[in-house]
Write a protein that binds this ligand. Structure first.
Ligand code: XIL
Length: 389
């Protein structure tokens, strides 16, 4: 599919058409609007929802989306009720060797969150991708009894982390990203090869976490999404979640990363295409099996939108609205986390650069720490959401 260049006029026209359709649609949102100055989490909380963001570690004064940046902290403290470490709890950060741990950076984030009364989610006990595992795991010599040794590496990791943060972290992404997103097949790591199957790895991870944390929320987290092209990925995730139920694996919820993207633009709506029917069927199947939902890493790629900032920000806000209206209709959804609050610190600037070289406007706040229309859209959506029990 080629990117469709869009003029500012077309984009804005598409947007008003979309809001008209939204108004003419089914139920109007509840007549409740955010109070001026109220933070996103405070608005969300009135409906039994929580809003949060990823945050990084940085030394005081650092120019990053981190606990070391006073301006970033101000936004986090104003808008969020929970945080998640962007990288600092991953194996690459805390497990420099088979029997070594380093919690310094993550502990600093935990101390910050506690001091500010913010909840903290654990991400992630196992990111099942060679690229995101420490090199020592990828080249590890598992010896004569590989399955036993792999199981030891996994259990010791999960026990060490969950014990250290017992009473502090109540929700974990136990396993992250198991699938090839094109085929929906499992991706191998040295751990799955040593254990003989992916199920052996994943089941062990969830059982170990549950044994340590009987009351915690245990989540499988992945980036299957609502855009065209995700059908195989969604099918793989569904098979996994069905398997969990059959085998009695203690997984409570699906973390939908929600890195939603507008690579191309649908001329009728002025925003990116999405497979609404298929996506709802997927979410219905997941919740139908008794899983809760979380949106764990929300941001919006704006690659298909025009360079013009006003048109782009309006498009991002409208795509956010379309997506969140669908997701907030699920009473099983309570937690919504942005993957960063300020554009310039977003991973997307490196991961999904625009063809015109301009920065992504993917987060609730711009580089000047002023809110984007996306932020107002989120506030309205949370204020209009049906209250959770
Ligand atoms: C990303 C971080 O934002 C980057 O800084 C890092 O280089 C790679 O990981 N899915 C996930 C997150 O589960 O952990 C990823 O975070 C983004 C995609």
């Amino acid at each position: 599919m080629s990117d469709i260049a869009f003029s500012r006029r077309e984009a804005l026209a598409g947007l008003s058409a979309l809001s008209l359709t939204a108004c003419a649609g089914t139920a109007a949102p509840a007549a409740s609007s955010p109070a001026p100055g109220e933070g996103l989490h405070a608005i969300a909380q009135r409906k039994g929802l929580r809003f949060g963001s990823a945050i990084a570690y940085g030394a005081e004064g650092s120019d990053s989306g981190s606990i070391g940046n006073p301006e970033y902290r101000r936004i986090i403290e104003r808008e969020c009720g929970l945080v998640v470490a962007e990288n600092e709890m991953k194996w690459q950060a805390i497990r420099p060797g088979p029997d070594q741990y380093n919690f310094a950076a993550f502990d600093a984030i935990v101390r910050y969150a506690k001091a500010k009364g913010l909840d903290i989610r654990g991400h992630t006990l196992l990111w099942h991708r060679p690229k995101w595992l420490p090199e020592w795991v990828n080249t590890y010599d598992y010896g004569a009894r590989p399955a036993t040794e792999a199981a030891r590496l996994i259990t010791s990791h999960i026990e060490t982390v969950t014990r250290r943060y017992r009473g502090v972290i109540h929700s974990y992404d136990v396993v992250n990203e198991l699938f090839d997103d094109q085929t929906g097949a499992f991706v191998d790591t040295s751990l799955s090869k040593a254990m003989g199957s992916h199920e052996a790895v994943v089941d062990l991870a969830f059982h170990t976490a549950r044994a340590e944390l009987p009351g915690a929320e245990l989540v499988y987290n992945d980036y299957m999404s609502w855009e065209p092209g995700h059908a195989n990925h969604r099918a793989g995730v569904l098979r996994l979640l069905e398997g969990f139920r059959r085998r009695g694996v203690p997984c409570d919820a699906l973390g939908i990363q929600s890195h939603i993207e507008m690579r191309t633009i649908d001329r009728k709506t002025g925003i990116g295409p999405y497979d609404l029917k298929e996506w709802r069927a997927f979410c219905d199947d997941v919740t139908g099996m008794g899983y809760r939902l979380l949106l764990t890493e929300f941001d919006v790629k704006d690659n298909g939108l025009p360079a013009d900032y006003a048109a782009r920000d309006a498009g991002v806000a409208n795509y956010t609205r379309a997506y969140m209206e669908v997701m907030l209709a699920y009473p099983q959804l309570r937690d919504i986390l942005a993957w960063g609050m300020v554009d310039k610190y977003s991973w997307l600037q490196g991961f999904a650069p625009r063809a015109d070289g301009l920065p992504q406007r993917c987060c609730p706040y711009g580089d000047d720490y002023r809110p984007h229309p996306m932020r107002a859209a989120l506030a309205e959506l949370f204020a209009g959401a049906a209250p959770r029990a």
